[in-house]
Ligand binder design. Sequence first.
Ligand SMILES: *Cc1c(COP(=O)(O)O)cnc(C)c1O
Length: 424
Amino acid sequence: MSFDFSQLAKADPAVYEAILGEIRRQAHDMEFIASENYTSKAVMEAMGSPLTNKYAEGLPKFRYYGGCDFVDQVEIIARDRAKQLFGSIGANVQPHSGAQANAAVFLAALKPGDTILGLDLSHGGHLTHGSPVNSSGLTYKAFHYGLDPATGRIDMNQVRELALAHRPKMIITGASAYPRAWDWAGFRSIADEIGAVMLADIAHVAGLVAAGLHDNPVPFCEYVSTTTHKTLRGPRGGLVLGNKDVMKGLNSAVFPGTQGGPLMHVIAAKAVAFGEALDPSFRAYAAQVIDNAQALAARLVARGFSLVSGGTDNHLMLIDLSDRELSGKDASEALGKVAITVNKNTVPGEKRSPFVTSGVRIGTPAMTTRGMNAEDAAMIGDLVADVLSAPNDEATLSRVAGQVAAWCEAHPVPEVHIDWSARR
Ligand SMILES: *Cc1c(COP(=O)(O)O)cnc(C)c1O
């Protein structure tokens, strides 16, 4: 991808050089971090626009600042497209990130000291779902459900038992490292039994939901939060959706509740990304993401690796190394040597420290944007298996590094994700 950095190169060589280094890294590495993706150049152009200069506290047409006519147009487009993508009555496109989106939902729905129930961090949950090191865990009384050790899937009986025992005001669904579909209706009926509200945090699977390839939680939940930069393939940011009863409170919880002025340049980029996701070709992309994850997972299983839950329904899988000498940290370092970028991850029943872990999380959204097909995914599954089976063998590492470099050379990071000329 080409960029015009003519001013930056002169003004600040140190920052310029570091950015060039990162652009090269993104081109030379196979990116398998499940939460990352490559945005289109159009998204980056909107993000790099003079809209960053504008203050626009408030909502479109109800701003605390003058001069908001054009940023209002942008935010209305973003909001309308978000509602259309997810079939939601209300949307607020201002949260700066997924964590900020969740903070706004909590502020809207809860009082300090209220009880919440979410998925355990070491079973795939997120820090913002009540971890003691996050404000959610410090402000609210958090309980956690987990995966059934036999199946690697969410244990709905345990969810119901915990809900009846602790009577949380909010049940949180959604995860950062869960490879399976969610039973939104099952959670809703448990929430109804105890009069709880429900949040679905679809930060990871939002793109699959938007494409209609993962069940949509919107009909079942008061609140849905997401990031815009993972499978949704937009700029780094957050988004909250709400039904008609909660939208007013949710808007005030975003501003002034948890944020100041919205990042209008990022909102413009969200609008562009939502437009891309509404294009019919995005569905083909999302379908390929899932096909690729399943092809890669199948190859790893065929090569003798265990996966949490045995496979995947979505864009990610978790290799479970708990019965091996190799830790998640060793595995991700070995893969890093051949320019396959992944992250170490805790697994259910984790026995190693969170800095070491017994798991590796692999996701296909970024590599699929780059043109990976199911055949490539199976071939790369073999490369991963080769490295993890002989992490200290220089000959293996050097052969795999060559194969990775050749694939990356043949598949440059694309500037354009949707062929607009074919449509207009
Ligand atoms: C990534 C993620 C978030 C946080 O998003 P940030 O933009 O990094 O703040 C929140 N919830 C879940 C489930 C996530 O996976």
